[in-house]
Write a protein that binds this ligand. Structure first.
Ligand code: SDX
Length: 437
């Protein structure tokens, strides 16, 4: 094979350069040698939204957007969703290998014993209005936990990192459930160590006066599968935030809170809530063509459709559709599914979407299942944040262990004023033409 080298000719002065190619990339820093003179800073790349920039090397998740492939540590998502529990997958994502039976038992035991929240957390939550959005409460509470665990700042100690990872994975469902109970004015339900991760979450959400909550096993399994599907997704917006904040050596609670804040946006994890609002707005199948026409006119986006990486069907959406059938056998069919299926059918035949390679993504169907399971749309993104905490922490850990990584500090293309002198108050606001020097 030809040498993995890029030859560059700078037509400004005829200079030529040879830049090595590694993993299908060139190092941006190798462009800095391309100058027109000694005072020239050298070339940079300009890449708004990092459309074509690899920010790191990672061994956690592989996505092939054209083929619709998603693998955690090499294992296809379809196999993991069928054969594993979420905590088993969280272990894989975090530590790189599927756990042995003793390892899994120890891991599940450790997470189970980190589900309790410091009682002071209730006071954080009581500061929120009854109608506060659960994501705002979750982000704030996770950040506040950094004050409960000041030892988390010692990020260079692997044992300290592992303890914070267990705390965050163990406590996210408890925080999520507490925000939900707060919004309903219901007393908090403490974790019950007899339950699995997903059953315990359901227990903390929905236990009322019964002595022991009984989770429907089909729904608990479906929730576990949904958690597996949402565990990680390489360098998505919120993972990028986790790495960026983590690169300043902030503690993992504050880094996770920042990542969850990024996830809350409607273009990212907030889309699952927006999909339900969209389906409610459409109302019935006969209204779909008119709605699609507005999307094509650019009035708004079709929520739950499109993806930066997937230019084929999001493999998670396929598994979610399978899980939906299992859930609906228990809960009854969510009528919104019929609108969603018709919307997908019409969109996938329409050239606007086909040309732009817009397919349903993970958020298109997840909300429909969540709603059928009894979750309110406001908590849907919280349901995304719970499992994604494992992915964020895996990305965070990988960042800290990568000798090439430093504090994230991009450059810019400056388009502002050149140097100019101060303007005293009396001369401000006076149109330049009439201003007296
Ligand atoms: C997640 O990155 C990840 O991995 C994220 C995620 C994860 O697991 O972490 O997979 C989770 O965030 C899934 C995405 C959830 N968001 C949505 O469903 C919101 C709707 N989707 C869009 O906003 C959009 O598709 C994005 C944000 C997901 C991706 O946007 P890109 O890659 O920046 O693409 P773009 O906005 O440049 O769109 C390219 C073209 C544009 O049209 P033209 O300007 O070329 O004419 O496609 C159009 C866009 O207008 N387009 C859409 C559309 N998405 C893109 N048109 C209508 N409806 C849409 N949903």
């Amino acid at each position: 094979m030809e040498k993995e080298v890029l030859s560059i000719v700078d037509k400004r002065n005829g200079s030529t350069y040879e830049v090595p190619i590694h993993h299908g990339t060139i190092r941006a820093m190798d462009l800095r040698q391309i100058k027109t003179g000694p005072d020239d800073f050298g070339l940079m790349t300009y890449d708004p939204a990092f459309m074509n920039t690899a920010s790191c090397k990672s061994a956690i998740t592989f996505i092939d957007g054209d083929k619709g492939i998603l693998r955690y540590r090499g294992y296809p998502i379809e196999q993991l969703a069928e054969k594993c529990s979420f905590l088993e997958v969280a272990y894989l994502v975090l530590f790189g290998e599927l756990p042995s039976d003793p390892q899994l038992k120890e891991w599940v035991g450790a997470i189970t014993h980190h589900t309790m929240l410091h009682e002071t957390t209730k006071h954080f939550l009581e500061g929120f209005r009854y109608d506060a959005h659960p994501m705002g409460m979750l982000v704030s509470t996770v950040a506040a936990l950094s004050t409960v665990y000041p030892d988390a700042r010692n990020i260079h100690d692997p044992q300290v990192r592992k303890l914070q990872i267990m705390r965050l994975i163990g406590k996210m469902p408890t925080i999520a459930a507490y925000t939900y109970r707060h919004s309903l004015g219901l007393p908090y339900v403490y974790p019950d160590n007899d339950f699995s991760y997903s059953e315990n979450f359901m227990n903390m959400l929905w236990k009322m006066t019964e002595p022991k909550y009984a989770a429907n096993p089909v729904l608990a399994r479906a929730l576990d599968i949904l958690f597996i599907l949402h565990a990680d997704h390489e360098q998505n917006c919120s993972a990028n935030v986790m790495r960026s904040v983590g690169s300043s050596h902030a503690d993992p609670f504050l880094s996770t809170a920042a990542a969850a804040a990024a996830l809350s946006g409607p273009l990212h994890g907030g889309a699952n809530e927006e999909v339900l609002k969209m389906l409610d707005q459409i109302g019935s199948k006969d209204k779909i063509p008119a709605y699609i026409a507005k999307v094509k006119a650019g009035e708004f986006k079709l929520m739950g459709f499109g993806h930066r990486i997937y230019k084929n069907y999001d493999p998670r959406a396929s598994v979610i559709k399978w899980a939906a059938d299992k859930v609906f056998e228990v809960t009854g069919r969510n009528p919104k599914l019929d609108i969603a299926l018709e919307l997908e059918r019409i969109a996938l035949e329409d050239d606007y979407f086909v040309k732009r390679k817009l397919y349903p993504n993970v958020d298109f169907y997840s909300g429909i299942i969540y709603q059928a399971m009894g979750f309110k749309p406001e908590i849907f993104t919280v349901l995304f944040a719970i499992p994604r905490t494992a992915g964020w922490l895996a990305q965070w850990q990988e960042l800290l262990e990568d000798g090439e990584q430093k504090i994230a500090r991009p450059r810019q293309v400056y388009t502002g004023y050149e140097a100019r002198d101060f303007v005293p108050m009396e001369k401000r606001g006076v149109p330049a033409a009439t201003a007296t020097p």
